[in-house]
Structures are given as structure tokens and as C-alpha cells.
Design a protein around this ligand. Structure first.
Ligand SMILES: NC(=O)C1=CN([C@@H]2O[C@H](COP(=O)(O)OP(=O)(O)OC[C@H]3O[C@@H](n4cnc5c(N)ncnc54)[C@H](OP(=O)(O)O)[C@@H]3O)[C@@H](O)[C@H]2O)C=CC1
Ligand SMILES: O=C1CO[C@H](CO)[C@@H](O)[C@@H]1O
Length: 264
């Protein structure tokens, strides 16, 4: 799996497995073990997803050394203080049964996020997390955060798929040196992108599925991407994207599909 370097030099596997809405422990463990078998080493969870404990158990069962795994978690919106954030992080670490995390994010720019960021900075200085970042932050939120921050966020994790491409946010994050991470990269399989005729045509040309074309498109745009699946065959399919490349012309054609249409 390819890595990319974050702004503090830490390497993150560019493709990871998202585990939102996998709340059955058995299903989650099967998915995680299938992902490990397919070569995934990066997993994206959150307190909100209520599966950190099962994820920790599955990763321990996988036998992969902890230092070779990259786990992201996120502090939820109901936590609004410095102390609450430190406690939420400690709870996540305990559930995951780890001594540090790869990445810890503020899930949304809601109440108290500057205080929450101060807590993340301290967790980072203590070496408890390799990188810290934000999620669902728009320009105005980043401007406010950066005016107060001691540590620049390494990542902004935001909704992105072919019908919601966000070129302005891309340009902004590039200028700021903050990595762009896409959530719901497949449009959650419900916004029609997986049935898009142009993407089907491009897929046929490369002998790849539409999901593979979409994931490849995210990767070629330099994004970190975390598709979710509970099916072993799809988990493998979604990772089998490093043996082909979309041409500059195909990338341009996909750009035209943008409808600026969020699912949120
Ligand atoms: N920071 C934030 O606020 C948010 C973060 N996230 C993160 O992003 C991750 C991914 O986003 P998510 O919302 O789950 O949506 P995705 O865009 O990853 O889509 C997941 C859906 O696509 C289906 N699917 C996966 N692979 C394929 C395939 N190859 N062919 C056909 N269908 C497929 C899955 O079905 P099945 O499982 O049945 O295979 C599931 O229904 C989350 O799991 C979470 O980690 C998500 C939302 C918000
Ligand atoms: O991570 C998340 C999973 O999806 C939810 C619904 O879209 C989001 O609100 C949340 O941020």
C-alpha cells in the first residue's frame, strides 16, 4: 500500500478502511481481518462509531505489529472542553488497546473546538499520537483554528466523491500544507456515482469496476481515501487499484461530473 507524508513527516497509508456503521463486532472483525489480508494497514474509526473496542481486538488478533498499523479516531461533538477531550482520547486508546494513535481528529468544528485543539496539541507533544488533524472544517473554521494553533493540522477529513469534488477546498488545503482526506469516497453507494455511465465506460476500458475507478481518481488527486465495506470481495476490490492509472484526459472527464452535491 502506498504511503504519503504528512506535514510533520509522518507517513500514512494513502488507502484505509473506513468502519462507520459496522456496529456488529463479528462483522467488524471479519472485515478488518479481510482488510489486513488484502494489505490494508490503515483504519478509520471514531468514538461515534462505537466499534473501537472490536477494532482493537481484531487488530490484535491479526498479529500485525502495532507499529505497522495506522489507526485514526475522532473526538465527538458532545465533548466541548480541554479536559473532556483528553478523557475522550484516553477512552479511545483504552478501547483500542493501544499506547498511541496514528491520527486523532476533531470530528466537527462545533462548540469548544479551539479548546479541543489545545488538548490535541498537548497529546501530540506527549507523543501519544503521531499526527493531529480536523474533520469537516471549512475555510472559515481553518482560518480561526490557524490563528490560534501552535501545531498546524496534518489533515482535514471531508466529504468528497465524484459528485462533490470541492476544488476550492482542495486548493486551500494544498496552499496550507494540510493533507486532504476524503470521507464517503464512493458516495456511500447511494448517490448514483457507482452507476455513472462515464465511470462505467472508463472502468470497462481499464478492466476495473466503477468503485476502483473512483478510488483511483481520489488517489491520483493526492487524497487519503477510506472506503468502507463489510464484504471481503469488495474490500479486496477497493484495494486493487495500484496496478493501473487514469489518463490526464480521464481525470479531466471525471472533473466535469462534479455537481457540488453534498449528501450531508
Ligand atoms: N469524518 C466524518 O465526518 C465522516 C467520516 N466517514 C469515514 O469515511 C468512511 C467511508 O465513508 P462511508 O460513509 O462509509 O461511505 P463510502 O463512500 O465508503 O461507501 C460505503 C458504501 O459503499 C458500499 N461499497 C463499498 N465498496 C463497494 C464496491 N466495491 N462496490 C459496491 N459497493 C461498495 C458499502 O457496502 P458494503 O459495506 O455492504 O460492502 C457501503 O454501503 C467511513 O466508514 C468513515 O470511516 C464517513 C462519514 C463522515
Ligand atoms: O463520521 C460520521 C459518519 O457519518 C455521519 C452521517 O453522515 C456523520 O455525521 C459523521 O460525521
Amino acid at each position: 500500500m502506498e504511503n504519503i507524508k504528512l506535514n510533520n513527516g509522518v507517513k500514512i497509508p494513502q488507502l484505509g478502511l473506513g468502519v462507520f456503521q459496522i456496529e456488529d463486532d463479528k462483522v467488524l472483525k471479519q472485515a478488518v481481518l479481510a482488510a489486513i489480508k488484502a494489505g490494508y494497514r490503515h483504519f478509520d474509526t471514531a468514538t461515534l462509531y462505537r466499534n473501537e473496542q472490536a477494532l482493537g481486538e481484531a487488530l490484535a488478533e491479526s498479529g500485525i505489529a502495532r507499529d505497522d498499523l495506522f489507526v485514526t479516531s475522532k473526538v465527538w461533538n458532545t465533548v466541548t472542553t480541554y479536559d473532556g477531550t483528553k478523557q475522550a482520547f484516553a477512552d479511545s486508546l483504552k478501547k483500542l488497546n493501544m499506547d498511541h494513535l496514528g491520527l486523532y481528529l476533531i470530528h466537527w468544528p462545533k462548540e469548544g473546538y479551539l479548546e479541543k485543539w489545545r488538548a490535541l496539541e498537548d497529546l501530540y507533544s506527549q507523543g501519544l499520537v503521531r499526527a493531529i488533524g480536523v474533520s469537516n472544517f471549512e475555510k472559515k473554521d481553518l482560518d480561526t483554528l490557524l490563528a490560534h494553533a501552535r501545531v498546524k493540522p496534518a489533515v482535514d477529513q471531508v466529504e468528497t466523491h465524484p459528485y462533490y469534488q470541492r476544488p476550492e477546498l482542495h486548493a486551500l488545503l494544498k496552499d496550507l500544507g494540510i493533507a486532504y482526506e476524503s470521507w464517503s469516497p464512493l458516495g456511500r453507494a447511494k448517490n448514483g456515482a457507482l452507476q455513472d455511465p462515464l465511470l462505467q465506460k472508463i472502468g470497462q476500458k481499464h478492466n476495473k469496476t466503477v468503485a476502483q475507478v473512483i478510488i483511483r481518481w481520489h488517489l491520483q488527486k493526492g487524497e487519503i481515501v477510506i472506503p468502507k465495506s463489510t464484504h471481503e470481495q469488495r474490500i479486496f476490490e477497493n484495494s486493487n487499484v495500484f496496478d493501473f492509472a487514469l489518463s490526464a484526459d480521464e481525470m479531466k472527464q471525471i472533473e466535469i461530473l462534479d455537481k457540488n452535491e453534498s449528501m450531508n
